[in-house]
Design a protein around this ligand. Structure first.
Ligand code: ADP
Ligand code: MG
Length: 601
């Protein structure tokens, strides 16, 4: 082939099923945003690293998507315009594990049928690229064209030949908003790909590749004032994490939902989000939520919608419950309050292991089971009026009890329960703080800070602590000496098989130090690998075990000043609702739940 490659003389031909395409276009191509979605997904499937979307008049006049993906050779470029031509699946079995966005082979022919369309693509620039021009489904021209590897698709004058559909287009502003949300979702789901969005002369988005989805979010929600809160939960094979930007005023919350890396819509999840935000009461108007849901690939069917915009979950209950739980935490965190709820659903309970720690099993702290709101309680999204937590929600019982004003960051302190848990009330209900894990979190961060500080507060011991150990452990001292001294533990060799601890940080006693040093030496001898990674891991373990030993225990009675100080310290930590080992720190029993269980509603 080479430079001399000649395509057939340009000719007009009717796509074999041009009419079919026009009909199919009604399903796949609804509005400019759907064109953008399909084109961006094709670029992602082509493993593009940079995707640029340009639009004019909200995409009604022009949509152009340019990528640096794998491109197509001239034969494939023509084939791609045939209906059901796809390079992505070959057999029925492939349908069960679709990894690509596209697979139906309908998008390009559908949009070519209802626009003035151009495909410019090259898979090997040495061989030359090809430009295919189509208008209303008729191929007008096929010609060689120079292009770097990649693909540009242009869709002009959408629905120019289907006036009935054109009538359904809204104003360019509205169409732009939808298209923009589509690009946002794709950009969020693929932070490692660079995205650019232009509307006429304006650049609306420029997002450089990043490994941090939070950064991607900030690139997208540029105008979001205030902090963005991260939240997460898992259970029953479902993992949910998300970001919440509380928003400043009124208006509906907006949700970007990404399931297994695929931006989708789901009425139930939208309902769940609205409901949680609604129950949370004021201050969340116009909140933005991005939800990333991961389920096993066989637990979700992506082929239920022509534009692949909806999915069907095999275990919807789990997804729903875990999402609600995660989001509640996010909302609480966004207000400086904290919530960890135990959500159990019938199909979830058996697998909720990650939420039950050994500690809970052995110590059996009060476990509050939160009933899962019945599936059918969720109406159409938007049907749920925002429910103020207590105000007049239960007519028979009259207005519910009102919370007293908060006097700590977690609400009003009621007191200590069994010398082990702090009880508080906040505007949502009863708050239970596990004093041990709370203190552990506080100390953990304090110790971690020391690791990066210049000097650690160490107290020299009048009588050094001697430790007799295996030679192998003593030999490992060199690997952890620096780490130990950075937290304030000074250790030195002292004769054969013996170490001597000469200084300790203020909150550590000799016995704990002995145990911690020995455990650390054991870990250091067992751990191999990249030194920095090992050091990080050891530092975390060291901080976690020191803080665990030094923290107040259950059955330690605390004065009310001590309780308050602990809560104030806790709220100032990076993550006030998980201890360094991942255990929850705070449980909440909502007023709602309390009243339901007491038969008041
Ligand atoms: P699908 O994505 O469902 O396979 P499309 O009509 O969207 O169907 O695309 C048809 C085929 O064209 C794809 O399977 C792919 O092989 C090729 N294709 C489309 N867009 C691109 C692109 N941007 N880069 C490389 N190949 C593409
Ligand atoms: Mg496609």
């Amino acid at each position: 082939m080479g430079v001399g490659y000649h395509l057939p003389v340009p000719r007009i031909r009717v796509l074999p099923d041009g009419l079919v395409n026009r009909i199919a276009a009604g399903e796949v191509v609804e509005r400019p945003a759907s064109v953008v979605k399909e084109l961006v997904e094709n670029s992602l499937d082509a493993e593009a690293e940079r995707i640029e979307v340009e639009m004019v008049r909200g995409g009604c006049s022009l949509i152009r998507v340019t990528d640096d993906g794998c491109g197509m050779d001239p034969d494939d470029a023509l084939l791609a315009l045939e209906r059901h031509a796809t390079s992505k699946i070959a057999s029925v079995e492939d349908l069960d594990h679709i990894a690509s966005f596209g697979f139906r082979g309908e998008a390009l022919p559908s949009m070519a049928a209802v626009s003035r369309f151009q495909l410019l693509t090259a898979d090997d620039p040495q061989q030359g690229g090809v430009r295919v021009t189509v208008e209303g489904g008729k191929i007008l021209g096929v010609e060689g064209a120079a292009r770097a590897r990649g693909t540009t698709v242009e869709v002009r004058d959408l629905f120019f030949n289907t006036p009935a559909r054109r009538k359904f287009l809204r104003t360019p502003e509205t169409e732009l908003r939808h298209a923009q949300e589509t690009v946002w979702a794709a950009a969020l789901a693929n932070p490692d790909v660079s995205f650019i969005l232009r509307h006429g002369p304006r650049k609306l988005l420029e997002a450089l590749p990043t490994s941090d989805p939070g950064q991607r979010l900030r690139d997208i929600w540029r105008r979001t004032a205030g902090p963005v809160h991260r939240f997460e939960a898992r259970g029953g094979g479902v993992e949910v994490w998300g970001l919440l930007a509380p928003g400043s005023g009124s208006g509906r919350p907006s949700l970007t939902l990404i399931v297994n890396g695929r931006p989708v819509r789901d009425r139930l999840l939208v309902g769940a989000v609205r409901r949680v935000l609604g129950q949370a009461g004021g201050g969340l108007g116009g909140a933005r939520v991005a939800l990333f849901v991961t389920v096993p690939p066989d637990a979700v069917d992506v082929n239920v919608h022509p534009a692949k915009a909806e999915v069907r979950f095999a275990r919807g209950g789990s997804v729903f419950a875990v999402t609600e739980k995660a989001l509640r935490e996010g909302v609480a965190a966004s207000r400086g309050h904290v919530v960890v709820e135990r959500v159990e659903t019938s199909d979830w309970v058996a697998e909720s292991e990650p939420l039950r720690s050994e500690y809970e099993n052995s110590h059996r702290p009060p476990t509050i089971l939160f009933a899962h709101p019945a599936y059918d309680e969720v109406g159409e999204p938007g049907d749920d009026p925002p429910v103020a937590p207590f105000a007049g929600a239960h007519s028979a019982a009259g207005p519910g009890p009102r919370p007293a004003p908060p006097d700590t960051p977690f609400g009003r302190l009621i007191g200590q329960y069994r010398s082990s848990f702090l009880l508080l009330e906040d505007e949502w209900g009863l708050v239970i703080v596990d004093q041990h894990v709370a203190h552990e979190r506080v100390l953990y961060e304090r110790i971690k800070d020391r690791l990066s500080a210049e000097t650690a507060p160490a107290q020299r011991l009048l009588v050094p602590v001697l430790m007799e150990l295996d030679d192998a452990l003593v030999a490992a001292l060199g690997r952890v000496e620096g780490l130990l001294s950075s937290v304030g533990i000074e250790v030195e060799p002292f004769g054969p098989g013996t170490l001597r601890v000469t200084a300790l940080p203020p909150e550590t006693d000799a016995e704990s130090a002995r145990e911690v040093v020995e455990a650390l030496l054991e870990r250091a001898t067992a751990l191999d690998g990249v030194p920095e990674r090992v050091v990080d891991e050891l530092a975390h373990e060291l901080a976690a075990s020191l803080s665990c030993r030094a923290a107040v225990k259950v059955n330690d009675s605390l004065s009310s000043e001590e309780q308050r100080a602990l809560l104030n310290d806790l709220i100032a930590t990076e993550n006030p609702y998980r201890c360094p080992h991942g255990r929850p720190i705070v449980l909440r029993l909502s007023q709602d739940e309390m009243e339901r269980r007491l038969g008041r509603r």
